[in-house]
Design a protein around this ligand. Structure first.
Ligand code: FFO
Ligand code: ATP
Length: 204
């Protein structure tokens, strides 16, 4: 009880009076905690949760024909939605993967289909070796954390925020993760852009 009170006060303190540096430190420690939490369960439980997330994604997105969706290559326990990539193509849509072209710049999206060559991007995350550079209609963004106002915490690169701010046509932004990643507030700042939808499933 007492510890919880102290932790809560530390959060409020970071938000209200000590500015950007304290907030950044708080976000960094929350990221570490939330990623460890995500990885604490079994791979089987994450895989089961991924298939529930995928089902809810299909319901949310509806028709895939003629639409471009940005997915991602999962790492560090993120939901594995790769089965949707081929499904999207089969339904007449286009699947894209995000590429970090440069730090502090928006992401690029390149088309990719199962079987096409991959290269290594930042953090060794696989990226399309070729592919066409296209803008997505739907962006599926993996969550490190999220809050009830649909704000998302990512890995701290600011990539999705910069990208959503820069795109000509604002895509439907869907955050995906697990229920254990929910926090009271990510303490949103002016640059933080909320998701349109969050799909988070409890790990079994
Ligand atoms: N699977 C997956 N692929 C993805 C993303 C993702 O979230 N998940 N990304 C979504 O964006 C991009 C990669 N995101 C990255 C975000 C931050 C850093 C990074 O270098 N972070 C700093 C820490 C920053 C800080 O905490 O202040 C570092 O590690 O030094 C690298 C890649 C593109 N591909
Ligand atoms: N549109 C933007 N323009 C300029 N700087 C930005 C923008 N969006 C984010 N940033 C900067 O990027 C840094 C990281 O932002 P933030 O903590 O929101 O990352 P994140 O959402 O967790 O990461 P990611 O989107 O890569 O998963 C911050 O220093 C922030 O000021």
């Amino acid at each position: 009880m007492r510890d919880e009170h102290i932790r809560g006060m530390a959060g409020v303190d970071a938000y209200t009076s000590h500015g950007v540096a304290k907030l950044a430190a708080w976000r960094t420690s929350e990221r570490t905690r939330l990623i460890a939490e995500r990885l604490s369960g079994s791979p089987e439980s994450r895989l089961a949760a991924s298939s529930v997330i995928l089902k809810r994604l299909r319901e949310t997105v509806g028709a895939m024909d003629g639409r471009r969706v940005s997915l991602y290559w999962p790492f560090r326990g993120e939901p594995d939605l790769r089965p949707w990539i081929e499904e999207f193509w089969q339904a007449g849509g286009v699947a894209l993967l995000p590429v970090v072209v440069e730090k502090r710049q928006p992401l690029q999206f390149r088309s990719w289909r199962t079987g096409e060559p991959l290269a290594r991007g930042i953090w060794d995350i696989p990226i399309p070796a070729g592919g066409e550079v296209l803008e997505p209609d739907i962006v599926v963004a993996p969550l490190v954390g999220y809050d009830p106002a649909l704000y998302r915490l990512g890995y701290g690169g600011g990539f999705f925020d910069r990208t959503l701010a820069a795109l000509q046509r604002k895509p439907l932004a869907i955050g995906v993760g697990y229920g254990s990643q929910k926090i009271a507030t990510i303490r949103p700042q002016a640059h933080d852009i909320p998701m349109d939808v969050i799909i988070a499933t409890d790990l079994g």
